[in-house]
Ligand binder design. Structure first.
Ligand SMILES: [Zn+2]
Length: 457
């Protein structure tokens, strides 16, 4: 047999035995997580003992300390902190809104609102005004002469025909981020938005907004969907609907925060890094369970599991609890900046920040060639519920790494149908997380990290 033919015959055999070894190791990962996993109990501590942990809060500082000691207890080779400055926004009080009158007849009905993150409050006196309810920015522009002195309400909701609610979130998000300044430009005194959700309950959903410095910085809040629907119908049927609202948001000087980083040092390529992480901060109004406590404890679980199985990675694997994703992204920026300063080589980064629900796949931002290489591993992940290895995806915190080095990045993709029922709302609590779903996410992430470490990209 000529050598070249011999090789052609041998390669599939080698491939087969490799695949067998990989499938055995991934089953070991799975068994270890399902039998001995600590993620769920860690999540209980993070959500119940520490709770909501917005950048600049005492809880965030506690979460950093907890993150550091927990990663140390999992026998990481090193654990260190990366300091960064974070915006320090305070809600400042209990946000309130109420209907005052309808067609000049007194009415009183309280409305369930939450001020948007980074918005400035009305103060104690509050803001009272007639509501101009618009479907979208087009209607606002068409009716700009009616805006002065009014509270603008944007009824832009999720498009129910989108099969992935994340797409709707992307489309509607601009109203939360930019709605206040777009209305302030024409003299609005405050804005309300329809919460970015399709939930049938009445919880308002907060989230980051930003002002355009050219216009007055007016109060901005989100309405729960039952109240949003009520207000919309009322405004469509009545000439004048008056609402008052009080919000109290303000900024303190930037606060010092930290990314928490743990490493398992690489055996053959220690100066090449694979990063896996989630974000440690959350909004102040909930326990930050699905967003993103689950990503944090999955990250810790991958470290624990690889150590428990005695895995010696080729590359250095970094487990990162990022600071300040929600209202600043300063942690993700800092991580990429440090990497650039130290001229680090980053092979791959993975984030879990879509909730701790049943995994379905991974979305990748990388070249077609690399994606093809990854897709060849599909059969290895299928038993654990991951069927889709597709283009497009990553995570906010690892975005700067991709931007700086074109590092291939990926995001864990989970069953997306329930996430926006609780995202940034008071019901994002520990009880909303299922232990097996959470663990399955960690299993698939660990398996992907193992495959990237073994075969490179
Ligand atoms: Zn998040």
């Amino acid at each position: 047999m000529k050598p070249v033919i011999f090789l052609l015959v041998l390669f599939p055999i080698l491939g087969f035995s490799q695949q067998k070894a990989d499938s055995i190791f991934i089953k070991k990962i799975s068994d270890e997580v399902l039998l001995n996993g600590k993620a769920y109990e860690q999540l209980r501590y993070l959500t119940k003992q520490i709770g909501g942990r917005l950048a600049g809060s005492a809880q965030f500082t506690r979460a950093v300390e907890w993150g550091r000691t927990t990663l140390q207890s999992l026998n990481a080779d090193t654990v260190f902190l990366q300091e960064c400055l974070m915006p320090n926004w305070k809600r400042g009080g209990v946000d309130k809104a109420a209907l005052v009158s309808v067609s000049n007849r007194k009415q009183s009905r309280s409305l369930n609102i939450l001020a948007l993150g980074n918005s400035l409050g009305s103060g104690k006196k509050g803001v009272t005004g007639n509501v101009l309810a618009v479907a979208d920015f087009d209607e606002l522009e068409n009716r700009k002469d009616e805006v002065k002195g009014k509270i603008v309400y944007y009824n832009y909701g999720f498009n129910a025909t989108n099969l992935r609610p994340g797409k709707s979130y992307g489309e509607a998000g601009v109203y939360r981020r930019n709605g206040a300044s777009r209305a302030a430009k024409y003299g609005a005194v405050a804005v309300l938005i329809r919460s970015l959700t399709e939930a049938t309950d009445n919880h308002p959903h907060t989230g980051a907004m930003a002002y355009n410095d050219s216009f007055p910085k007016i109060p901005a809040a989100a309405l729960g969907l039952q109240d949003a629907e009520y207000l919309w119908q009322l405004c469509r049927q009545n000439a004048s609907v008056q609402v008052s609202l009080s919000t109290f948001g303000y900024f303190l000087p930037d606060a010092i925060g930290h990314n928490v980083v743990a490493e398992i040092r690489g055996s053959t390529n220690p100066k090449e890094y694979i990063t896996v992480g989630g974000h440690l901060d959350s909004w102040d109004v909930n326990e930050g369970a699905h967003d993103d406590g689950t990503g944090i404890v999955q990250t810790m679980e991958i470290l624990r599991t690889l150590k428990a199985l005695g895995y010696k990675p080729k590359h250095t694997i970094r487990f990162v609890l990022f600071a300040n994703e929600e209202n600043g992204l300063r942690g993700g920026d800092k991580y990429a900046k440090e990497a650039k300063l130290k001229n680090e080589k980053h092979v791959f980064a993975l984030e879990s920040d879509g909730g701790g629900f049943t995994p379905r796949g991974f979305g990748f931002t990388t070249s077609t060639d690399k994606l093809k290489k990854i897709q060849a591993w599909a059969e290895l992940l299928k038993p654990y519920g991951v069927f889709e290895l597709t283009a497009g995806g990553g995570g906010a915190d690892i975005g700067p790494l991709n931007k700086t080095f074109e590092t291939p990045v990926a995001g864990l993709q989970v069953d997306p149908q329930r996430y926006f029922d609780l995202h940034h709302a008071p019901n994002d609590v520990f009880e909303a997380v299922n232990k097996r779903e959470l663990n399955l996410g960690a299993i698939n992430m660990a398996a992907l990290i193992y495959l990237v470490d073994k075969y490179g990209l």
